[in-house]
Design a binder for this molecule. Structure first.
Ligand SMILES: O=P(O)(O)OC[C@H]1O[C@H](OP(=O)(O)OP(=O)(O)O)[C@H](O)[C@@H]1O
Ligand SMILES: Nc1ncnc2[nH]cnc12
Length: 171
């Protein structure tokens, strides 16, 4: 089973010159989707996570079934203003401007092992911000997992944990 066969490449989305890697077609194919979740579960199980942290929003699609498969808890890292109750925030730089992600206070107990999960690693800014936020609330980040990696953007250079990706693209 080749996961890349089920990822659709959409030119000039969301703006001219960007090649968008669309996982909608992967989600539509139950056998390929099951294979994807199983591959990530196999790679993450040795890290023995207490929790998976999914990154809004496409990251939730991957992290929720993966947490069920691994039998661990699942928490949400959300864009600002979406989570009820007290939250902890972290702002980070984008190519232009800044963004903020949040976690609910008490979602992570100090020392818990939290594996980060997203659909795609591009510049690594989002994943680096997620790691910063988990550590800020006392969690340990043993690993991260994504389906897709845009290797030409070298997102790994921003990250200090092992990252598993299943489909790499160099354009
Ligand atoms: O490595 P980076 O350069 O930080 O980019 C990767 C992030 O960009 C995409 O999210 P997007 O902001 O498009 O949000 P979405 O998941 O809600 O579509 C993707 O799902 C990752 O979270
Ligand atoms: N090229 C791309 N395709 C899909 N999602 C992305 N997120 C950041 N860059 C992306």
């Amino acid at each position: 089973m080749n996961i890349k066969d089920h990822i659709r490449e959409v030119p000039d989305f969301p703006k001219p010159g960007i090649l968008f890697y669309d996982i909608s077609t992967l989600l539509m194919h139950p056998a390929a989707w099951r294979h994807t979740v199983e591959q990530l579960a196999e790679a993450m199980a040795p890290h023995k996570p207490d929790l998976l942290a999914g990154i809004e929003s496409r990251g939730f699609l991957v992290s929720a079934p993966l947490a069920l498969k691994l039998g661990c808890g699942f928490i949400m890292l959300r864009k600002k203003g979406k989570l009820p109750g007290a939250t902890v925030k972290h702002s980070y730089d984008l190519e232009y401007g800044t963004d903020t992600i949040e976690i609910q206070e008490g979602a992570v107990q100090p020392g818990q092992k939290v594996v980060l999960v997203d659909d795609l690693l591009a510049t690594g800014g989002t994943m680096a911000a997620a790691a910063h936020l988990i550590r800020k609330v006392g969690g340990v980040v043993p690993a991260a997992a994504c389906i897709i990696e845009l290797t030409f953007l070298n997102g790994r250079s921003k990250l200090d944990m092992p990252v598993t990706t299943l489909a790499q693209y160099d354009v």
